[in-house]
Design a protein around this ligand. Structure first.
Ligand SMILES: [Zn+2]
Length: 373
């Protein structure tokens, strides 16, 4: 093995930069699940180093220092930094360890690093599909905690973003919408790691296989409540030019957006069926009851029954796709004996309310016409 003192300068510098960029908790948690829940920076874990051939029984022999990124196995009296740990875990040379980690962290040999955290936070493309989904109960626990943790952070940018779209603070609160700024990313990630196993976080889709929170570019969170419990959430970016605009947990949308609000609504009331979050929230802001269709999956048959006791009015986009969807839903509703009125607006719902001073009145009148037809 090479000696530390004789490593080429370039490699040494790269090694230092890699260590400077590493999140040691996320690194060690891949090998030692105990790292996720360690409440202090120093803790003991079962030593996973393959060449040590530990029995896995007995007291944990590996001491880890998350602050400095160091480890020491007391049983085999071997220790070092995170790079050395990687060497031992993967049976690779120092150069290879530095190279692997540099690539993973987006650190190159020239002193630049582009969107290192953004790379680390990228949602998994393939691996996560093999994970078993969480139970509804655990999904609610993860969602609920995530919302609670983020609510502690500064909400201003999120509130302002929605306010620019005409959505007021009361509606934001009713819908349980929460935001966290990018600068809070690490703190939010750490809080989640302290409360759940990395395995549960990965199964929920909140974390990726690199043990990082995947909600990095998408930090405005829209929860789906079912019977008062946050069962799922989708998040959007508030920045221009970020694609995709939306990111969500694993699994599928459990209900129409905002459907839980209908629970206390008297039968016979008018409920609007619209596209997406913004239109739903716009109508809520103006005192109308609304539920939102989300994503390409569209409407599910089992969501029909709870709507039967209301007067449902579809106010989908007036483009060709919206027209097709409206026709399809009209047939679907009719098959269950439910009338679906269709509202034709000159623009989408949000535009309509943003640009007309007497939008609420006009909207109510258009609705009357639509129901009569
Ligand atoms: Zn060991």
């Amino acid at each position: 093995m090479e000696e530390r003192g004789r490593k080429p300068d370039g490699l040494r510098q790269l090694c230092d930069r890699v260590k400077g960029r590493m999140d040691f908790r996320s690194f060690f948690v891949r090998y030692c699940p105990e790292a996720a829940r360690a409440s202090s920076q120093k803790f003991h874990a079962q030593c996973p180093i393959p060449s040590h051939s530990h029995s896995g029984k007995g007291s944990p022999s590996l001491s880890i220092d998350l602050q400095r990124g160091l480890f020491h196995c007391f049983s085999r009296d071997e220790g070092g930094d995170a790079i050395r740990f990687y060497e031992l875990m993967h049976g690779v040379s120092f150069g290879r360890a530095v190279g692997d980690l540099a690539r993973e962290l987006g650190v190159d040999g020239k002193g630049r690093h582009d969107g290192r955290l953004a790379l680390q936070a990228e949602p998994d493309v393939e691996q996560a599909k093999e994970l078993e989904p969480l139970s509804t109960e655990r999904m609610c626990a993860v969602c609920g905690k995530f919302l609670e943790v983020c609510r502690e952070e500064n909400q201003m940018e999120g509130v302002n973003y929605l306010a620019r779209r005409g959505i007021d603070a009361l509606t934001i609160e009713r819908a349980g919408i929460v935001y966290f700024p990018r600068r809070s990313y690490r703190r939010v990630m750490r809080c989640m790691l302290e409360n759940f196993s990395i395995e549960e976080l990965q199964r929920s889709g909140l974390f990726n296989m690199k043990a990082h929170l995947t909600f990095y570019k998408h930090r405005l969170l829209f929860p789906f409540y079912v019977e008062g419990q946050p069962r799922y959430l989708q998040a959007r970016t508030t920045a221009a030019g970020v694609e995709p605009r939306w990111h969500n947990m694993r699994g599928s949308v459990p209900s129409l957006y905002n459907a839980d609000e209908l629970t206390d609504l008297p039968s016979g009331e008018t409920v609007y069926l619209v596209e997406g979050f913004t239109d739903t929230l716009t109508l809520m802001t103006h005192g109308f009851a609304a539920v939102g269709l989300v994503g390409a999956s569209g409407f599910k048959e089992e969501w029909l029954a709870p709507l039967a006791r209301f007067q449902i009015v579809a106010a989908l986009d007036s483009d060709a796709a919206g027209e097709r969807a409206s026709s399809r839903y009209q047939e679907m509703f009719a098959a269950r004996g439910i009338a679906l009125a269709r509202l034709q607006l000159p623009s989408d719902v949000n535009d309509f309310f943003q640009h007309r001073p007497s939008a609420s009145l006009e909207f109510a009148l258009l609705t009357e016409d639509a129901i009569e037809q």
